[in-house]
Ligand binder design. Structure first.
Ligand SMILES: [Zn+2]
Length: 532
């Protein structure tokens, strides 16, 4: 029996176990097969399991693997390919125009960056940046899943589907005729003759097959991703809900990421997008909403009551100028909030620990002395572990209890505290204040060591990076060049289309500083209540 004993000066076994966090000083986790068999004092476990391979030491901190609940599988970021941040609606045609590399290599490299920062599971919402190649939808899906299997990461892979408003928040048959005919023709070529079928008509058939194929997989769970209500008809959303019910899986939906989206859906539905999804019967504990920056108080109540999770993507929301999720308010209302990076992390490096830090700092609003309402380091660690497990529909992860999956991060605690940190500082505060991806030393997924002493066990990271660089440096094919030209032209038209958005009433419902004149005009209900 190839048992492993994972030792730490501090072992954090259960971020949901208040108030002690299942914290064990000089403890260890006994891993048997893919699961945690025992947790306890190191000396005791060592004595009882003398054969177990030992990983870690007194200097290390052992904790559950982190869960990135919003990932798109791009190893080379949009910025690295030449794009600066912009409003999402302006940014989409720009990223569509980026040079496609190789799906397998990109996804694999993205996984490695995640693992390096202690992410053992991601929710990968499939979204193909090389959008023009959606015609190779199935091949791209399989390439992504193969990359996940090779990297060793655990994934909830949400297969995308959408069927309207391809270019802007308007029906393709209204928008395309408004464009110069040559551009419209190029766009139609890629969308398909109906202008609506950018995913194969047999999506549900494909989804069912792939779900069955991975039903026995220990690390891969297949979900559905109706991408966003702005791009999905009610009928499609309902069908996705039915498919999730019959397959007993979940849904991941981007929702109200931007004020433009809120404006569009509020007007279209005559109610908020969250209220509309609730009316359609789409929401529930197996649903997670990506971004959800633009929810109102009632929307948050609906999420809490229905058990719907919200995935907070703090950096991405800043980079695409979508504002700040009211985390404290959501947690207070009992919404399950998790954390994701959206492939748009703070230093463009997929450092989940940095993302958690930002999530924490952004939640500390100047509201007066209300310590109970300011999320703590512990709250944020819970968001990145147990809440993430719920968001990703993977109940056996997020903590290290006997029977949990052995997804474990071993941090170099000495490095994290270097050269000195007061002993009175709790280890969870140290993680939230100081830990970086460089402090992640060893990572196990499903009981298998995938990163050992900062080196990948099964994959040559440098070689993959080299291959991606060569692909990025190569000149685009004539077909790609033609497509890029069309995308550059499309950007001008989308900019024109969105002139005047968002409307006055859709502008921020929170204020950055009270001295700003907007504070007087558009107060937050929550802030008002408190007389802030
Ligand atoms: Zn996203």
């Amino acid at each position: 029996m190839n048992d492993k004993l994972i030792r730490g000066g501090t072992v954090l076994t259960d971020p949901s176990a208040l108030p002690e966090w299942g914290l064990i000083e000089d403890g260890a986790v006994l891993v048997r097969g893919d699961s945690v068999a025992e947790v306890g004092a190191y000396e005791e476990l060592r004595e009882r399991h003398p054969q177990a391979e030992e990983i870690g030491s007194e200097r290390h901190v052992v904790m559950p693997g982190l869960i990135n609940t919003h990932h798109h599988g791009f190893g080379i970021t949009s910025f690295q390919l030449g794009t600066l941040d912009d409003y999402l609606e302006q940014w989409i045609p720009v990223i569509w125009g980026l040079k496609p590399l190789d799906r397998y290599l990109e996804v694999l490299y993205g996984d490695l960056q995640n693992l390096r920062s202690g992410v053992t599971t991601h929710l990968h919402a499939s979204y193909f940046r090389d959008w023009a190649y959606n015609h190779a939808f199935k091949e791209q899906t399989y390439a992504s899943l193969r990359a996940h299997a090779d990297s060793g990461i655990r994934t909830s892979y949400a297969v995308q589907v959408l069927n309207r408003n391809t270019f802007v928040y308007q029906d393709d048959e209204e928008f395309l005729p408004s464009l110069p005919p040559e551009l419209a023709e190029t766009l139609r070529e890629f969308v398909g003759p109906s202008g609506q079928e950018q995913v194969p008509g047999d999506y549900f058939e494909f989804l069912e097959a792939i779900h069955e194929e991975f039903a026995g997989s220990s690390r891969t769970r297949i979900l559905l991703a109706p991408v966003n209500p702005v791009w999905c008809t009610d009928d499609l959303l309902r069908r996705a809900r039915q498919a999730a019910d019959s397959l007993e899986t979940g849904l991941h939906i981007h929702l109200n990421e931007t004020p433009f989206q809120r404006q569009y859906t509020n007007r279209l539905y005559g109610r908020t997008a969250v209220a509309h999804l609730e009316k359609l019967g789409v929401l529930g504990p197996d649903v997670s909403l990506g971004h959800a920056v633009w929810l109102d108080e009632d929307d948050m109540d609906i999420c809490a009551a229905s058990g719907t999770s919200v995935c907070h993507n703090p950096t991405s929301n800043l980079r695409l100028r979508n504002g700040i999720l009211p985390v404290a308010r959501m947690l207070e209302k009992g919404v399950n909030v998790s954390i994701g990076m959206d492939g748009n992390s703070f230093a463009d490096d997929e450092d989940m620990l940095a993302e958690m830090r930002l999530a924490h700092k952004l939640s500390l609003l100047p509201r007066g002395l209300e310590p109970a309402r300011a999320p703590s380091s512990f709250d944020v660690l819970r968001m990145a572990t147990v809440n993430g497990a719920r968001s990703a529909g993977q109940p056996a992860i997020g903590s290290l209890r006997p029977g949990s999956k052995a997804d474990i991060v071993v941090l170099d605690g000495g490095r994290m505290r270097y050269p000195y940190t007061a002993p009175s500082i709790h280890v969870v505060d140290s993680i939230l204040y100081r830990a970086k991806h460089g402090d992640v030393e060893t990572v196990l997924v499903d009981g298998e060591v995938v990163l050992r002493d900062r080196r990948f066990v099964n994959v040559d990271e440098a070689e993959i990076a080299q291959r991606l660089r060569a692909l990025a440096e190569a000149p685009p094919s004539p077909e790609v060049a033609r497509w890029q030209k069309a995308m550059a032209e499309l950007q001008r038209h989308t900019r024109e289309f969105y002139t005047g958005w968002p409307a006055e009433e859709e502008r921020p419902c929170y204020v950055v500083n009270c001295g700003h004149e907007a504070a007087a005009r558009v107060p937050v209900a929550a802030l008002e209540e408190e007389g802030a």
